[in-house]
Design a protein around this ligand. Structure first.
Ligand code: B12
Ligand code: SF4
Ligand code: SF4
Length: 391
């Protein structure tokens, strides 16, 4: 069979099995990307979730020694929630980024790519191939860009001219030659909406992200969150969508045909307080199938506490006090102390004073002390004001 015929058969089959976009690229080394990745590392911009071996990340022959082509796919996911539940006083909600809506995309894309792999084997029984979705060694975006799926935006996302940037990417490296597609010529032009909207200034220049400052990354860390970022988190529990929400290319884009990605609104916009009293088993049953649960319960609970502080939810004070007194995890106790300091009021102050007596962890003690200083300052400020008013 001729390579153009194999490609056409794969394209047709991809449509049949619900792949939204497919593109073909050569498996040549990603020379320019390698230079960028070296610089990226030198600048300390990596998240630590990337494959550390730069040779593997940029040379497909490290995966398959005779690699000739890469088949890139994209699946669109929804950007709008049907009938989102609203936060109410005392019943505030957190939010999971869209990339965590529905079934974990790693499974969905892998299943499609496995079908495509079978098809390739039917067409060329001697073909060798390797599938990657997110956790593979290659840069999914660099592959998608080369295969003509879309262009690399100033927010670093791949933007498909047909689908926008609410797309998941995956690929299959193979030793079979398939005629490559051309990269798209469209670009962001003069637009800088994503860079202007980024809450932390993580987009340091067009197309370059300091992952250490990106909220999407910060929501996934397990330790204490640096104080300067806590208020920026808002009610985000996992991931961040801001630089895509503001993107004009995504305006009016909302693809809902991939049923696996239909969100359960109570799951992706959950009530905050119940998240803090969940057992590991309850957490696994409720959130285990979502991409946003891969780091486990602790980061999500830490972010939940930060979200309660964001809403200044007074009704959560007893729960935060209980966590501060009893939770075995210093990050949870310390973040609860910080949240009590933000929410304020007499009962928050008392809870902090009580915990100060028994707390032994150094970092938690520091959080309690900071929170108390803040509350004491606020209360003396209030007294001063009252004296002026009634003086
Ligand atoms: C590590 C990682 C992260 C890190 C770092 C992200 C980043 N931008 O580097 C964190 C945790 C922050 C993250 C966040 C998100 N991620 Co992520 N992530 C990855 C992962 C595993 C590796 C990416 C990587 O190597 N980054 C390092 C940079 C340097 O490499 P790169 O982004 O691949 O490089 C491209 C561009 O950045 C550009 N580039 C690099 N350096 C420079 C320098 C200059 C000057 C220029 C002009 C360009 C440029 O060139 C490359 C080709 O386009 C990939 C999966 C994979 N295996 O590739 C998913 C992936 C990139 N993530 C994805 C998603 C969906 C997200 C989030 C939207 C999730 C969310 N809602 O929170 C956010 C988006 C945040 C953002 N603005 O990027 C999708 C992106 C889909 C798309 N349409 O582009 C991927 C491809 C997963 C997948 N298979 O679908 N992610
Ligand atoms: S995901 Fe959020 S924090 Fe990260 S670059 Fe985009 S807007 Fe900024
Ligand atoms: S917001 Fe503007 S600059 Fe940013 S990715 Fe979209 S089109 Fe490009």
């Amino acid at each position: 069979m001729h390579s153009a015929e194999i490609k056409a058969a794969l394209q047709a089959y991809a449509g049949e099995i619900g792949i939204d976009q497919i593109g073909f690229a050569s498996a040549d080394p990603f020379v320019e990307l390698k230079e960028r990745l070296v610089r990226h590392r030198e600048l300390g911009y990596e998240s630590g979730f990337e494959e550390p071996d730069l040779k593997k990340r940029t040379e497909p022959t490290e995966t398959i020694p005779a690699a000739k082509s890469i088949i890139a796919i994209a699946l669109a996911y929804p950007s709008k929630m049907p009938h989102p539940p609203r936060s109410k006083e005392g019943e505030y909600r957190g939010i999971f980024a869209r990339a965590s809506w529905g079934t974990d995309y790693h499974h969905v894309l892998r299943a499609k790519l496995e079908k495509l792999q079978q098809k390739l084997l039917e067409l060329v029984p001697v073909a060798t191939s390797e599938i990657m979705v997110d956790t593979g060694v290659l840069s999914d975006r660099a592959v998608a860009e080369r295969a003509g799926i879309g262009w690399s935006g100033k927010n670093t996302s791949i933007l498909s001219p047909h689908l926008g940037s609410w797309i998941y990417l995956g690929e299959m490296v193979t030793d079979i030659y398939l005629p490559p597609d051309q990269p798209v010529t469209q670009s962001c032009g003069e637009c800088t909406a994503c860079m202007d909207a980024c809450p932390t200034g993580a987009l340091v220049q067009p197309g370059q992200l300091n992952a250490q400052a990106c909220i999407a990354y910060l929501t996934q860390t397990k330790g204490f969150l640096a104080e300067q970022y806590r208020e920026k988190l808002g009610n985000r529990l996992y991931g961040c969508d801001t630089c895509q929400v503001v993107c004009p290319i995504n305006r009016k884009v909302n693809f809902t045909h991939q049923e696996a990605f239909t969100p359960d609104v109570e799951e992706v916009k959950p009530l905050l307080k119940p998240l803090l009293t969940m057992s590991n088993r309850q957490f696994k049953n409720r959130f285990g199938h979502m991409a946003g649960s891969w780091r486990g319960k602790k980061p999500l609970q830490r972010n939940t506490i930060i979200a309660l502080a964001h809403f200044k939810d007074h009704s959560s004070i007893p729960l935060l006090q209980q966590l501060l007194q009893e939770d075995p995890r210093p990050v949870i106790r310390g973040t609860s102390a910080w949240a009590l300091g933000k929410i304020g009021g007499e009962s928050a102050m008392e809870a902090l004073q009580l915990a100060q007596v028994s707390e032994e962890d150094e970092e938690v003690c520091a959080e309690i002390a900071q929170a108390l200083i803040r509350l004491e300052k606020e209360s003396s400020h209030r007294e001063e004001k009252e004296n002026v008013t009634f003086g």
